[in-house]
Design a binder for this molecule. Sequence first.
Ligand code: UDP
Ligand code: MG
Length: 139
Amino acid sequence: MATNRTFTMIKPDAVAAGHTGAISKMIEEAGFRIVAMKKTKLSAELAGQFYEIHKERPFYGELCKYMSSGPIVPMILEKENAVEDFRKLIGATDPKKAAPGTIRALFAKSIDANAIHGSDSDANAEIEGNFFFSQFERY
Ligand code: UDP
Ligand code: MG
């Protein structure tokens, strides 16, 4: 049921700051079921592959460096209207513009170290989930 799933990862700044538990709690309390979850670390090369769509943007190099700077916690999540509802739960890319009570408003340090990723479409949720998880890691 791809349309009811999204992909997220808690980014290095939030994992390092010890927010993995608090963020996961918010995700579950917002009605998302965790289908897959693990702690892992990207090489700069793998981060570059994950963010391939941003290759032409000026912050791409820094983004790859940052995303490979420490462990992350990727997850596949399930809920009705998952992609859109999850983007609402995390808030705007820039935490200064993120609505109060959103994950980025509460935990993000800056526009680049912004605590969490959320897929922007069903198609990308599928691609991003497949990047991290095999079929045997989804329950
Ligand atoms: N980013 C950045 N500077 C910017 C915009 C984005 O460093 O000016 C980083 C930030 O970590 C963001 C990621 O690149 O989450 C992907 O950017 P996108 O525009 O897709 O934002 P998102 O979908 O994560 O809100
Ligand atoms: Mg995006």
